[in-house]
Design a protein around this ligand. Sequence first.
Ligand SMILES: Cc1ncc(COP(=O)(O)O)c(C=O)c1O
Length: 477
Amino acid sequence: MPTVAALFPPKDERIRWDDYLTRELFHANERVAHGSVVPTIDLAELRSQLAEFDFCTPRGLDELLPWTIAQLEHGVVHMTNPRYFGLFNPAPSFPALCGDRLTGVFNPQLATATTSPAAVEIESHVIRAVARRAGLPPESTGHFTSGGSEANYTAVLCALTRANPSFATEGARAFDGPPVFYISRESHLAWVKIGHQAGIGRSAVRQVATDGRGRMDAAALEKMLDQDVARGSVPVLIVATAGTTNAGMIDPIKRCADLARQRGLWLHVDAAWGGAALASDRLRAALGGVERASSVTIDAHKWFATTMGCGMFITRDPEILSQTFQVSTGFMPSNSASVDPYVNTAQWSRRFLGVRLFLSLGAAGWSGYARHVERSIDLIARLRELLSADGWRIANDSQLAVLCVEPPAGVAEVRAIVQHVLASGRAWVAVAKYEGRDVIRICLTHGETTVDDIRELADALTAAGAAVAQECVTART
Ligand SMILES: Cc1ncc(COP(=O)(O)O)c(C=O)c1O
């Protein structure tokens, strides 16, 4: 029976296409690094070309691959450009790219250890190493997730299951009152969706006031807990963010841990991007208290610089994790609570997610990652000096690699400035809300950003500020 050669080409052709991709992608990446950070594509033209793909007439890879590469080269915001000061999605490390290639070729199924013993073992080894680095106890366990949101969702399910084992069968009805959990107002608001997903509702996600500098106000948390209990709600979880999305602020983890212990609650530390600071002996003290967490989220696809879709959920409580996800079916080859991912995670069929962090950590070691995160911190400090000298005001005092800035006096239009910078294609920055104010958010997690790149950003911001000021004058006259 002949195979479909378009799907399974002969070996020599595969080698030819692999070589082609290696070369073409290298050159595309070089062009991206020196080109526009923002998309330059004509979307109407793309749509009309796409309309011609009716999938009735097959096309050759010699047409499909260059076409698709060109769309990606010109049609996305480039996280791999060193002047992308964006949302933590960094340029992937080279070992991580190798990991993607290995995973794609072997395509192991990580639902069970029986089907992929080596891959499951490698992932567990990495998770244990990160748990140790965070100071969690040796019995800690966890798994790779699709991202921080899945890891945070896992924390909510674990907290609910621990608070009331009948949650497993009865859901929220198992509780004497509505179950609730606590985040700060500056947290990543995927938590709100998570409340919905977990079936306890968006109103179960209690947003605690911050201290005016982006950190959860522990006194406000305590007061809210008391009020909620008095009203009949059932607190199950406190979330401390270690590296807020907007401003890189770190909640008072130790105070949250004290409160969680006193009240018998699960403590989750959302260190989705800040967690990489654990690699550095110089920076890790900023995350003090993380070792007391019931569970932690760290995304390797953020500051650890793997490709997308590489979150981690780590917990000191393996028992609760497997109670939360335990299920038994006849068709799965094994059901071992301590090793099989499908009985410990929200996913079933699983990609070999962790190999990218395994290869990156293996190649750089903790010391390499320490240099990686410290260079971001040093560059952001240089940028802070450059912008302050130009009259920009620094709104946040993060210990991590995010700067929130406000324009010099007289140039108030944060959104307009950001639009100018993006239109120039010279850099990518975002508008964010920090303590209720619009700020320009600059995050530096790209491992190859240089001093010249931050000078270019400072120039682009100052030019945009001047253009906006001029526009305001013109509009007034
Ligand atoms: C603190 C924090 N938590 C959670 C998330 C969500 O992670 P993901 O986008 O990987 O789902 C983010 C994303 O930026 C984040 O900054």
